[in-house]
Design a binder for this molecule. Structure first.
Ligand code: AHG
Ligand code: MN
Ligand code: MN
Ligand code: MN
Length: 341
């Protein structure tokens, strides 16, 4: 048969997490947290999958702290993640791209030691055109003695993340996860309703011939980026000595998923339009979790001048320039930046 059922020997997310707990790499609370996030992402996956039939497409008619118009699915996904994580007793606080400030755990519930940050729906501009979107999340520890976290408690460098992941709602729904011991991909078995380990230890090739950038911003870029991309486009005859292909989904989750699968470099550099904000993408909800996933798969992630995971955050909604993916290519992009310093 072409369609084979998931074999009983398959490793579910639940089994993977229990085995990691037995190996001493996570505790019961972090295991619960990941299970809860995965369950919430299944609900989001169902809502996304209904499309127009679920009445979930289009604008919510509200705005967020980022200065963006919210889509109905931005708001719904945020609510699903909040509700799922409120009562489990594993968190000291939550923060989201869609909320002005961090969100305390309601007093009626017990609190735990972890902080959860998320981009509930990444790639909002693609929702209404039925292109892959996703959810990105990052987990930090609450500082010692803090059970009711405030914004400042979240301002930890990406190296402090204990877990990071995303789900991509595409032709299949996948969860890609790291707890600091490799990056692993799980595919949602829709009939059974569970995530099944489908790629253990994703590896990003060191070299690549594929780049991802929004080329329409070219005239707004700074000189290092202008020079770097000009050399990529010069192809075989240029200083790089090889032809490059380009892809830009405009859902970071989908672009990063491609890079984790077959290599490449993803960039959202500083440009004249976003320079006053420090960049376009958010450090805490987008850049840091993706940087951890990419590094755990053997790739690299940088602002162009500094290792992403070492950036000391100054604000919950802080933005940064982003370069991530195949190690040698990211190193090359960073070299172009240093040559202009
Ligand atoms: P979000 O939908 O969570 O606000 O994020 C959108 C981000 C990211 O997913 C993507 O890489 C980038 O914005 C696309 O930007 P452009 O529209 O400038 O291409
Ligand atoms: Mn947004
Ligand atoms: Mn996003
Ligand atoms: Mn978003």
């Amino acid at each position: 048969a072409v369609l084979t059922p998931t074999p009983s020997s398959a490793i579910s997310l639940t089994r993977y997490l229990i085995e990691e707990q037995r190996a001493g790499r996570i505790n019961a609370d972090l295991r619960l947290l990941i299970e809860v996030v995965a369950r919430a992402c299944k609900s989001i996956s169902i809502a996304v999958g209904k499309g127009a039939l679920g009445g979930v497409l289009g604008d919510a008619g509200t705005g967020n702290i980022q200065g963006e118009a919210q889509k109905k699915l931005d708001v719904l996904s945020n609510e699903i993640l909040l509700e799922a994580n409120a009562w489990g007793g594993h968190l000291a606080g939550l923060a989201s791209e869609e909320m002005d400030t961090s969100h305390p755990i309601p007093d009626v519930y017990p609190r735990g030691n972890y902080l959860l940050l998320f981009d509930p729906l990444d790639g909002s501009s693609n929702i209404d055109v039925n292109i892959s979107v996703g959810t990105i999340f990052s987990v930090l520890r609450a500082p010692d003695g803090v059970s009711r976290a405030e914004d400042k408690d979240f301002l930890q460098a990406g190296t402090e993340q204990v877990c990071a992941g995303y789900t991509t709602y595409g032709p299949s729904t996948m969860l890609v996860l790291t707890i600091g011991h490799g990056t692993h991909a799980f595919t949602l078995d829709r009939e059974v309703g569970s995530f099944v380990l489908t790629t253990r230890d994703m590896r990003i090739p060191d070299d690549t011939k594929e780049f991802a950038v929004n080329m329409s911003n070219q005239r707004h870029w700074q000189p290092p980026m202008q020079r770097y991309v000009a050399d990529l486009l010069a192809g075989q005859e240029g200083p790089r000595g090889k032809d490059f292909n380009m892809r830009w989904v405009a859902s970071m989750v989908a672009d990063v998923h491609r890079i984790l699968t077959r290599g490449g470099i993803f960039s959202y550099p500083l440009d004249a339009k976003c320079a006053d904000k420090g960049g376009k993408l958010r450090l805490m909800y987008e850049a840091n979790p993706m940087a951890m996933l990419v590094e755990q798969a053997g790739g690299a992630a940088s602002t162009g001048r500094q290792r992403m995971l070492e950036v000391q955050p100054t604000g919950l909604h802080q933005r940064v320039p982003v370069f991530l993916g195949s190690k040698h290519e990211v190193e090359t992009a960073v070299r172009y930046h240093h040559e202009f310093d």
